[in-house]
Design a protein around this ligand. Structure first.
Ligand code: GDP
Length: 424
């Protein structure tokens, strides 16, 4: 049994909490894409944690946490993260890192920073974690795979070749210090030392686990709209955020993924640049940002204030469709309890044409939101455990959204804690 937990929107939908919750029944939790550029916030008995690389299931004793081949592996970040949770009395997690994962190098982060500086105002709002340069190199076939750390002869030759190529850009485009091949080699050997105890033939491990009937959870990062193919290109991330990619980024057969839980937030938020049709501004946005998430909508990695907006039916319907959703987890609903009326973006107006189908970026830039207002419920719904106990207007909001997006909302999250969940 393989379940995927993925995002319908721009990320920050609350996937961490849902994964953490579903991990209770799982045996193995796998990160299959992305890197340390986004974070999951998890609140449990050990405290509050912002994880960037470790899967959300690390807090359970019975689970194995896997970094799949599709991940941009930042070795020092991973090692520090393991240390930081162990320091806070979480039992040492069982961790496996794919021998086919590639590593984020220190120069990837520098390239990210140099490129943002070069672009100035036209920058993409990168978190400067080296993700875009990392994936560019992976596909240009000049990345470093974990397995390569175990062939030092090959590595000694490769660092020279890679440095040569990178140094052209460093010298002529960015005017920055050059990469020394021997320092690059030393960096890699440092990573080898750190990562060696965790290295594993992950696809084989998962193959065996599936044969034994184990339950595997795939944990996605960001959401559909940040997918490089199906998202708001070019304001996207560099690895696929779709459940389908879970098969590749973990190394399992696609037909094994039989449950796709798409996490969808009861309002919208986004980080970085790019079209955001239902975006709100000023005091209206500030209030939602302040009340949002758990302690405000600020980036888990960067602390940047998130851009805020109302629930977007068009984007979320598309977001769920592209994931191949079997279940929607509708999150952070409790936050909307302060509103007299809740605006929802039900369609886009693009040059006078009304549509509910999500368009490519050039049209998205022109889209104006068509807003419908639903009555608020004006109370705190945290602590409620049964669907029938939710206020009528709150149930109406959920059912309205469900009808509009066309996928079943089977989980409703009404607070940041593990137990703040209503099954339908
Ligand atoms: P992720 O990247 O999709 O895991 O999302 P984040 O962790 O960045 O953002 C979700 C934030 O909302 C975190 O601070 C969670 O603790 C919090 N959160 C998750 N679900 C709920 C919920 O139902 N209600 C409230 N109030 N906060 C929630």
């Amino acid at each position: 049994m393989v379940k995927a937990v993925v995002g319908a929107n721009w990320g920050d939908e609350g996937k961490g909490k849902i994964t953490d919750m579903l991990a209770k029944q799982a045996d193995i939790i796998v990160r299959f894409q992305g890197g340390a550029n986004a974070g999951h916030t998890i609140i449990n008995d050990y405290g509050k944690f912002a994880l960037h690389t470790l899967p959300s299931g690390v807090f359970y004793n019975h689970t194995t946490s896997v970094i799949g081949n599709g991940v941009a592996l930042d070795v020092p970040v991973l090692i520090n993260e393991i240390q930081s949770i162990v320091d806070r009395n979480v039992p040492t997690p069982k961790i496996k890192v794919s021998n086919r994962a590639q590593m984020v190098m220190s120069y990837h982060k520098l390239f990210d920073q140099y490129e943002e500086e070069r672009l100035g105002k036209k920058s993409f709002g990168s978190t400067k974690s080296g993700i875009a340069p990392f994936y560019s190199d992976k596909y240009a076939k000049i990345g470093f795979q974990v397995s390569e750390l175990f062939d030092e002869e090959l590595l000694k030759e490769k660092v020279v070749r890679v440095a040569e190529q990178k140094n052209v850009l460093l010298e002529h485009l960015y005017h920055k210090p050059l990469i020394q091949p021997d320092e690059l080699f030393d960096e890699l050997m440092g990573y080898k030392k750190m990562i060696e105890p965790y290295v594993c033939d992950v696809s084989l491990f998962l193959h065996e686990a599936l044969k034994e009937g184990k339950e595997i959870l795939l944990e996605g990062q960001l959401g559909t709209l940040k997918d490089p193919d199906h998202g708001i290109y070019p304001m996207v991330t560099s690895s696929s955020t779709l459940a389908a990619y879970g098969a590749i980024g973990a190394g399992i057969p696609p037909y094994e993924i039989n449950k796709i839980v798409t996490v969808c937030k009861a309002y919208s938020s986004a980080v970085g640049a790019g079209a955001f049709v239902s975006e709100i501004f000023g005091e209206e946005a500030d209030e939602l940002r302040r009340r949002g998430g758990d302690g405000g909508e600020y980036g888990a990695t960067t602390g940047r204030p998130r851009r805020m907006g109302w629930f977007d039916v068009v984007a979320s319907k598309y977001g769920c469709r592209m994931q191949g959703t079997t279940d929607v987890a509708f999150t952070v609903l409790d936050v909307l309890g302060y509103l007299d009326e809740i605006p929802v973006c039900v369609a886009y107006d693009i040059d006078g044409e009304i549509t509910t189908e999500f368009p490519p970026t050039y049209l998205l830039e022109k889209a104006k939101p068509v807003i419908e207002k639903l009555p608020g419920w004006k109370c705190d719904i945290r602590g409620i455990r049964k669907y029938e106990d939710l206020p009528e207007n709150c149930r109406k909001y959920i059912e309205f959204v469900e009808e509009k997006i066309g996928y079943p909302i089977t989980l409703v999250s009404n607070g940041p804690g593990r137990e703040d969940i209503i099954y339908r």
